[in-house]
Ligand binder design. Structure first.
Ligand code: COA
Length: 171
């Protein structure tokens, strides 16, 4: 699967160094639920046990460099015909529109191929970039949940955003 500048594919063992590169960056893991990877071995376990094992986790590959620069995950909720998503990008590639390009592609895949009814994501309130990506792709704020979770030693406020099939115009 591909968009203008990116390829989306399943992960493989050759992605280890690229996964370690973004997984071990404290700035990258600052707002996410998972902990910063502390070693290549830890990244290898995550790559094998989670990334490769899950067919709805996609490697985001830059066409120009053929490098794996991030990951996008869909978490299916089969009973509700809906998908929750999460994403991460290597810091060197931020603010180039790559995650907006990814989410736009994945929305098309979700609504026009998987035929789901609802796609939603959540981000920490202070994670402006993540909220902006969702906003640019047409997701609307559904609610803000103050101190919703206790994560990495403090309470965090979560913003939920979603788009419904009936409001998805393209395709
Ligand atoms: C969130 C993340 C995926 C965004 O990826 P990206 O490819 O840089 O996103 P895009 O370039 O498509 O869009 C980012 C937007 O946020 C804006 N932005 C970024 N930082 C900002 C800030 N501090 N204040 C205001 N706007 C900001 C950018 O200007 C851009 O908006 P624009 O196109 O209107 O100018 C990336 O920052 C990341 O991997 N962060 C760490 C992991 C993470 O937070 N994952 C999400 C958890 S919910």
């Amino acid at each position: 699967m591909q968009s203008e500048r990116l390829i989306f594919r399943n992960f493989n063992l050759d992605d280890l160094e690229d996964v370690y590169e973004f997984g071990s960056d404290k700035e990258v893991s600052k707002y996410v639920t998972w902990e910063t990877h502390k070693s290549l071995l830890e990244s290898e376990k995550i790559l094998k046990d989670i990334f490769i094992a899950n067919k709805y986790i996609f490697a985001i590959v830059e066409k120009n460099s053929n490098k794996c620069i991030g990951a996008f995950e869909f978490m299916p909720e089969i009973k509700n015909n809906s998908l929750c998503f999460g994403y991460v990008l290597n810091r060197k590639y931020w603010n180039k529109g790559y995650m907006s390009e990814t989410l736009n592609f994945m929305l098309d895949y979700a609504f026009n191929y998987l035929k789901v009814n609802r796609v939603y994501g959540m981000h920490r309130k202070e994670n402006i970039a993540s909220g902006r990506v969702m906003e640019k792709c047409g997701l609307k704020i559904e609610g803000e949940f103050e101190d919703a979770e206790f994560l990495k030693g403090k309470y965090i406020t979560l913003v939920y955003r979603a788009i419904l099939r009936k409001n998805y115009k393209r395709g």
